[in-house]
Design a protein around this ligand. Structure first.
Ligand code: PNS
Length: 171
């Protein structure tokens, strides 16, 4: 059987349990999965690339065929550089589809050799996004079920440092 190396690109600001669910699913069907953090995003991130990389490394260390990397520039160029064959993206709901289709077709236009594979995360995570995690956490809501423990800890340190010691002890 052909061995397929896939790239799972994204901002991961921060990593959520939805991303992790997809990484686990991807690690089961691809021989190698590279989780690639976009370095030159136009968005103002909460966590810098080194922090996002550290969170991903901690949370994915249990899967030996998952590697964490960063990239800048065009995704298709990075895919070629890594000698990968596919791009993995998650679709949570119909609302994701239009944007994902646009990206997949643009990537195909740029390089017809690069295939995009869509997987669906567990339905428990269908409403989950990094943006909402940040908003809920900033406003004092709990994100305990939504992100891995190491991400919650870093959120406390970054966003609510005054609460961080007390809360961390309770986990
Ligand atoms: O998690 P995100 O923010 O939805 O990820 C978007 C990402 C990183 C996959 C996308 O912005 C991307 O691939 N950027 C790299 C630049 C590029 O290749 N742009 C053209 C893609 S159509």
């Amino acid at each position: 059987m052909k061995q397929i190396r896939a790239i799972y690109p994204g901002s991961f600001d921060p990593l959520t349990n939805g991303h992790l669910d997809l990484i686990e699913r991807g690690s089961k069907i691809f021989h190698e999965l590279i989780v690639a953090i976009l370095r030159n995003s136009e968005k103002e991130p909460l966590f810098d690339v080194a922090e996002r990389r550290a969170m991903l490394m901690e949370a994915t260390s249990r899967w030996p065929n998952v590697r964490i990397d960063t990239f800048s520039g065009l995704l298709v160029d990075y895919v070629v550089q890594q000698k990968a064959h596919a791009v993995l993206r998650g679709i949570r709901a119909i609302s994701d589809y239009e944007y994902e289709l646009q990206m997949a077709l643009m990537n195909r236009k740029l390089n017809a050799q690069v295939e995009t594979v869509f997987m669906m995360p567990a339905e428990t995570y269908s409403y989950l996004s990094s943006r909402l995690v940040k908003e809920v956490f900033r406003l004092g809501g709990s994100v305990r079920e939504l992100v891995p423990p190491e991400v919650e800890k870093r959120l406390y340190n970054k966003v609510h440092p005054e609460l961080s010691m007390a809360k961390q002890g309770k986990r």
